[in-house]
Design a protein around this ligand. Structure first.
Ligand code: C2E
Ligand code: CA
Ligand code: CA
Ligand code: CA
Length: 277
């Protein structure tokens, strides 16, 4: 590379500014999106491996920006977390998931729990139980039809506040599911301190389950661990019949992934529930 010194630095500085500006513009637009109905929930079914029956669904946030088009949650969730926007957005997600699930139940569709992703930042703010309480009261949804998906990061560091909130949620009758299991920095010790209901085998292990003995061993160990702790287990990112069959053989029968369905807009999820009635 020629002239890596001064020009290199100038170029680098320009890049940084462009990146910072892009970030700032995204933040402004995301802030506006909250009030402008640009956010929507999609729903991905969780099904029984044997017969494809819908056992539950995960709510996944979508942002369709009028200016930017579709923005992936992998891009805007970290931004929302850095800016604190995750709090109003997260509140909206919980409330909207409860309202939608109750509307489906009132329409006579099969009753299944809806799982909502809640970020560690929301637990840090300490407001999750109150937000959930309000959402359940406003929607009239029974607590057992709401599930909170949290990641191992919630249970790291100073966890006193998180412990109390998780206990409160469980006391309400909401179930707790540990997302992306095995991908964090966990020591497993927290599994005895926190009471959970469910482990989700991460898609990274599912992806290679039939080709990589290590991934298979981790999936198998997760299932054994869940069994020992009386937790349910779900595999996510199931894309092939071979993965389904393998997971079935090692004892995981609740599955989520493109093999069954992509995350669907509410209207399409409704049709899927209707078909199972
Ligand atoms: P996650 O909670 O681990 O969600 C699973 C992701 O895998 C989703 O991506 C889903 O669309 C995708 N997926 C589902 N089935 C398959 C499959 O068979 N193969 C593959 N390759 N992928 C599959 P999505 O919707 O883009 O969400 C990405 C992440 O954004 C989520 O990961 C979650 O961490 C975060 N997220 C999404 N919605 C929310 C939300 O409402 N609140 C918070 N805090 N985070 C959210
Ligand atoms: Ca999740
Ligand atoms: Ca996950
Ligand atoms: Ca993930």
């Amino acid at each position: 590379q020629k002239d890596a010194g001064r020009n290199g630095f100038r170029f680098f500085k320009g890049e940084m500014n462009a990146e910072a500006m892009r970030w700032l513009a995204l933040e402004t637009r995301l802030r506006r999106a909250i009030g402008q109905a640009e956010l929507a929930l999609h729903f991905q079914p969780q099904v029984a491996g044997e017969d494809g029956r819908v056992l539950g669904m995960e709510a996944l946030l979508r942002w369709h920006s009028s200016e930017l088009g579709r923005v992936s949650p992998a891009d805007f969730i970290p931004l929302a977390e850095d800016t604190g926007l995750i709090l109003p957005i997260g509140d909206w997600v919980i409330r909207q998931a409860c309202l939608q699930n109750k509307a489906w139940q009132d329409a006579g569709l099969p009753r299944v729990p809806v799982a909502v992703n809640v970020s560690a930042h929301q637990f840090k703010a300490g407001t999750v139980p109150q937000v959930v309480r309000n959402a359940l009261a406003e929607s009239g949804l029974e607590a057992r039809y709401l599930e909170i998906e949290l990641t191992e990061s919630v249970m790291m560091g100073d966890t006193t506040a998180a412990e109390a909130q998780l206990a409160e949620l469980r006391a309400m009758g909401v179930s707790l599911s540990l997302d992306d299991f095995g991908t964090g920095y966990s020591s497993l010790g927290y599994l005895s301190r926190f009471s959970l209901d469910k482990l989700k085998i991460d898609q990274a292990f599912v992806r290679n389950i039939t080709s990589d003995p290590r991934s298979a061993a981790i999936a198998q160990a997760t299932i054994a661990l869940a069994e020992g702790l009386s937790l349910r287990v779900v595999a996510e990112g199931v894309e092939t019949l071979a993965q389904r069959d393998y997971l079935g053989r090692i004892g995981c029968t609740t599955l989520q992934g493109y093999l069954y369905s992509q995350p669907l807009p509410a209207r399409e999820m409704e049709m899927l529930l209707q078909a199972g009635r």
